[in-house]
Design a protein around this ligand. Sequence first.
Ligand SMILES: Cc1ncc(COP(=O)(O)O)c(C=O)c1O
Length: 379
Amino acid sequence: MDLNKPLLMIPGPVPLHPRVLKAMSRPMINHRGPEFARIFDECVSILKNVFQTNNDVLVLSGSGTAGMEASVSNVTRGDNVVTIVNGKFGERFKEIVALYGNPIPVEYEWGSHIELDDVEDALEKGASAVTMVHNETSVGIVNPAEEVGELARKYDALFIMDGISSIGGNEVPVDKWGVDLAILGSQKCLAVPPGLAAISVSERAWERMENVKPPYYFDLKVHQKSASKGQTPYTPAIPLFFALHEALRLVCEEGLSTRVKRHERCADAVRMAMNAMGLELFPRLNKLSRYSNTVTAVKMPEGIAYKQLRDGINNRGVLIAGGQAHLKGKIFRIGHMGNVSAKEILTTIEALGSTLVEHGVKAEGGVAAAEQVLKTKGI
Ligand SMILES: Cc1ncc(COP(=O)(O)O)c(C=O)c1O
C-alpha cells in the first residue's frame, strides 16, 4: 500500500489511502441535492455495519470531541453521571460532563485498569448515565465495554462510550454491548482526515432526549430529522464526506473482520518487538482489560530522553507520539491504525531500534520478533 510520507505512526491522524486523497479533490456539490444524499445514505448504511448496530447513526462535522460533547449534552442536564477516568480522554469526558451535569468520578492512575465494583458502587449512588473511553489512546489500554454496558443497564443508566480510536479497527458490537451513544472519530481507524464524528444513538437515548433541553448546533434530534432526507441541518464538510465515503468503500472491500484481524496482528507484532527489545509496555492490566490494537504505549527506557527518541525516529522518516499531560517524557506511543500493514510496522520498529542503539540503549531483535508475528499470522 502506498502510504503518504513521512510515515505517520501517531495515534491519529493516520496516512490516507490514495483513493481517499483523490476523492477529496472533487469539485463541490450541492449538499441539498440527490448526489450528496446518496453519499450520505451510503456512509450511514456502512457505518451501521462498522458499529454493528441497528440504532440510528449520525455523522457530525466536527472532530471526535464534538461527538463526545454532542452525546453528553443531548442527554444530561444537571443529572449525576458516572465518569470513568484512566487516561486523558476519560478526563475530557469528565470535564464535559461537569458542564452539563454532576460527574461522579471513578478515577484511576492513567494507564491502570478499571474495577467493575467501583463502577457499580458509583452507580448505586444514582446516575442517569456512565461515560467510558473504550480504547484509551493516551495510555494504550482497552477498557471492558461489555461489562460496563451490562452494569449501566442494571442501574437504568445510559452508556455513553468513546469508541473514537477503536471503532473500525476492533470488534465493537454496539448493540450487543448495550452502548446507547457510541462515538467514532474519522481520523483514526477509518483513515479519513480529522473533522468528522459519527455517533450511534439508541432508542433509550432518544427517549431520554425528550426530557433534556438540547444544545443548538449538535441537537441530535435536528440532525436525525435532516438525516432522514439524506442531509445535515447545516452545511456539512463536503470533502470530508467524500473521503469518508471512499474510506468506507475500502472497509467493505477488505471486510470488517479482516480489517480487525489486521489491526490485531499489527499490534501483536509491535508488542512482541517491544518485548524482544526489552522495553516495557505502559498499561497495567487486569483480567477484563487488554492492550490496545490501535496504539501501543511504552515506558521510556533509561538512557535516552523522549525528544532524542522522537528526533532520531523522525530522522529515519517516521513520526511517533509522546505522552500527554503528566506522561510527557515518561512514555512514547506508536499508533497502528487505519491502513497499517507489515511494511509500516517493520519500518517503525527498525527506526526505533536503530535510534535506541545509537544512544547506547540495548535494543536488538525488534524487527525479527515483529517479522515472526507478521509472517506466522500472514500479514
Ligand atoms: C479516545 C479518544 N477520544 C477523544 C479524542 C479526541 O478527538 P479529537 O481530537 O478528534 O477531537 C481522541 C483523539 O486523539 C481519542 O483518541
